[in-house]
Design a binder for this molecule. Sequence first.
Ligand SMILES: [Zn+2]
Length: 355
Amino acid sequence: MHRPGSRTSRLALCATIAAALLVAPSGVALSAQRATTAADAGRWLSALADDSLQGRLTGSAGAQKAARMIAERMQRLRLEPLGDDGFLQRVPVFMAPPRQQGGAERPALGASFAALDTLPAEKRRSAANVVGLLRGSDPALRDEYVIVGAHYDHLGVNGARAVDGDSIFNGADDDASGVVAMLETARQLSEGRAPKRSVIFVAFIGEENGMTGTTWFIRNPPRPLTQVVADLQVEMIGRPDSVAGGPGKGWLTGFERSTMGELLSAAGVALIADPRPAQNFFMRSDNYPFALEGIPAHTISSFGGHTDYHGVNDEVDRMDLEHVAAVINAAAKAVRVLADGERVTWKEGGKPVRR
Ligand SMILES: [Zn+2]
């Protein structure tokens, strides 16, 4: 989740809070697929939020290491690579001038790889989305795609100062937790019966820096966006949100904007509407650029406003792993519904308008 930018925060979100639904209990058996356990969640969270990844800043060696880990996992799950370099979809990134004098340089998206060539070598960075496909089984639906995503980049290392001897923004909640949900959903759907529609699993780079990875993906989609019927992102599910019902419960951004929330609840996946519409979370995650393309796109989260947001204490030992596993299992069930069920449509006035 990124901080609200000036562009998005100006947009007013008129939202009504829909009726609360219950999150599905973990271990919902749809076929032979094995539910995600707290131990699964902890293992993958620990790997992605490890200090050795140095906070996964876009364009850094730590982020590249994370990308390789995610690609290896997708390969092990026998997803088909949809990048331009195996599972990696390379993204042209360079270090941008600081926003203010004396500030830190931030990664930014280049117009193209050719445009990057005009920059000095020390300004260019390697960055990539990680993209894998699970092919659908239904002859009438397999050329339709559901995108399941989460961002694996975070804020890197706090160069200015250490807090209690720690300077690494581990980003366990933001958003290693979502990446684990994406990968575990891929595992569950791979183990169970094949989905009817095809599912594209993506770990996005650059969310914290202007959604650079998503922007590049949309400009260079591995499959035509006209064939993408829904996008579901998972962001910050590491801790329960007391306002949303506590452990095991999650919420969906922009719930009232499309039929997605109702379809999921009718199928027994339970998510409530985002309880804090004033925070504009619908516009603050990788779902939003897809929504602007007209694709029904939402984010599952349970971020309750904890004070470790974008802090060096966003660590695995502060996660509630049972809660993480429960929300992952709800997300996996949600993706199965999106892949097999009725196509999601926007409600009247729900589709965001580009301004
Ligand atoms: Zn964030």
